[in-house]
Ligand binder design. Sequence first.
Ligand SMILES: [Ca+2]
Length: 270
Amino acid sequence: MLKNQVLKSPGNLLPGCFLVLLSCFVIVDTCADEHLKGHVAYEYEIVNQYRHDPTAFTQGLVYSNGRLFESTGLWGQSRLREVELETGKVKNEISLDNRLFGEGLELYDDKLYQLTWKSGLLFVYDSKTFERLATHRLSGQGWGLTETDGKLVKSDGSSRLTFLDPATMKPLRIIEVTRGNESIDKLNELEMVNGLIYANVFQTNQVVMISPVTGQVVGTLDLSGLLKAVNYYGKAGVLNGIAYDDQNDRLFVTGKHWPYLFEIKIKPVN
Ligand SMILES: [Ca+2]
């Protein structure tokens, strides 16, 4: 309709080549809209803000049954922690070997699963004692980790998510994550929220909401301005921590070296 209107009305006054160019833009735009049908843009409001250790280079965040766990990165500073939500106080902590860089974290069946970045190692711990129960070798890089339907889901910095058997760590299937026709690269920290995989896109303030069946992005949450909203203008890294309290429907987010962890509510943009 818009395309026809553009072609009909000012057509006599425009040079032919400009007309062709203009109609191409309109067609591309129409196609993009068509492919993004069903996609919803979300915005947030801050419900609560809690202290977060600003020395923590957050790589993975998990909340379950009143317990908050965090995996941190950097060489020589990588940790596995249990943190008190309300105060940010570290309740339990172990350090990784200096040659390992901590990455994504998930709690499944009372065990914590922690990825490492480039070493191809995944560690399994008792969630209460942090005793290491198993070490698995994985192919590719380790970035984010979550769980759905008894399968672990791993990101590796690409646009792919790999579903793994938690007992053997064998890959079961891989999905390609797309929004419309566009592959979404650099998928990082993951979290399962109400049947969708939330993934933070590295070095952006975007969280994409992915169908675990098709890999299609059905929603995008823009988390820009979280720290500014609480008048924090100090040094902080990128957004990189998502945890969901499914019992109380609370969504928590933080970032690398952020001084705060936020509980947010999200809603579609009007
Ligand atoms: Ca998470």
